[in-house]
Design a protein around this ligand. Structure first.
Ligand code: SF4
Length: 317
């Protein structure tokens, strides 16, 4: 059966398993994420795993204006709620999103203070915690498992690529096995588990990127985020790109949409897709490749193409 009116495996009629509908189903209305910068660092920058960081990384590219580590968690949440509450009416609640750097990279007692400050703030329904897969251990996971009996708790791992050759090339400081182990340990405790991937990292072919759908589909992930590679000014990958652009698959916008649809067709339909693309501020981009489009417009375009092609997430899974 195809066409309008069909209800897919994920329980609604959109042609992919969308994050906003997943949250609507969970919370009965729109829930907004509030990004926080709680002053963490990163072991791939401070020398404990590596120096210089991942070659694509500039965390400043992704921090909204209201989050700054000089402010407490509560102060950032208040500013964020004031800002987003004006922009979106009728929200059902918020999730505190520990976003900047590696948000489990500290002793557990320090983490507990920060997380519980967020969870006690009015309107906060849970936590989303972005981190590296090598910054988690059984003690922290057991703590999150306990919290997730009362709150929505999700751990989001930066995985970036399923290929060790790529992870070495981007100076990631861990291999793919570390990611799969962290994902399995987290999901095995009943904690929502997310992962982030980048398409277009140096040395990867389109076929290799598409084959990641098969690998990702076998992981016990609740949610995934994908970004096209954005070359940010001043990062090591900018230098690599200038020296050898032929090592990169740089999609045009139209190529990326078609690529992403092929990828989606191969992706396990039970995995919720949060993002298709990234949106760094244009002023930070070393290479302006796409006319800037809002995320919502890109989602609409992908959905329109899915409909034209009579296809959907997981059709070829
Ligand atoms: S991408 Fe994440 S892990 Fe890599 S250097 Fe940046 S903060 Fe650290």
């Amino acid at each position: 059966m195809s066409g309008r009116g069909r209800i897919y495996a994920w329980g609604h009629s959109r042609r992919f398993n969308s994050y906003s509908d997943y949250f609507r189903g969970k919370f009965g209305g729109r829930v907004q994420k509030l990004a926080l910068d709680a002053g963490f660092t990163c072991p791939n920058r401070d020398g404990s795993k590596g120096k210089g960081g991942c070659t694509f990384c500039n965390n400043d590219a992704f921090n909204p204006s209201y989050c700054h580590p000089s402010l407490s968690v509560s102060e950032q949440l208040k500013l964020g709620i004031d800002f987003l509450g004006r922009r979106y009416r009728g929200l059902s609640g918020y999730l505190a999103y520990f976003q900047a750097y590696s948000n489990t990279y500290a002793p557990l007692n320090k983490l507990i203070d920060l997380y519980e400050e967020a969870l006690s703030f009015p309107g906060i329904k849970g936590l989303i915690i972005g981190t590296r897969p090598d910054c988690i251990d059984n003690e922290k996971l057991d703590y999150f498992a306990g919290l997730s009996e009362k709150f929505y708790i999700a751990i989001e791992y930066g995985v970036e690529s399923c290929y060790d050759k790529t992870l070495a090339r981007i100076n990631r400081g861990h291999d793919f096995r570390v990611s799969t182990e962290a994902i399995r340990e987290t999901a095995g405790r009943g904690i929502k588990t997310g992962a982030h991937f980048i398409f277009g990292l140096p040395g990867e072919t389109i076929e290799e990127m598409l084959d990641e759908a098969r690998v990702i589909s076998q992981l016990p992930l609740s949610t995934v985020k994908f970004h096209q590679l954005q070359v940010i000014k001043g990062t090591p990958i900018e230098k690599e790109f200038r020296e050898d652009p032929s090592a990169f698959v740089f999609f045009s916008y139209e190529q990326y949409v078609e690529f992403f649809i092929t990828f989606l067709e191969r992706l396990n339909p039970s995995i919720v897709v949060e993002r298709f693309t990234g949106e760094a501020p244009p002023g930070l981009l070393a290479e302006k490749r796409w006319d800037m489009k809002r995320t919502e417009a890109i989602v609409r375009h992908v959905e329109q193409r899915l409909e034209e092609l009579e296809t959907w997430q997981g059709r070829l899974y």
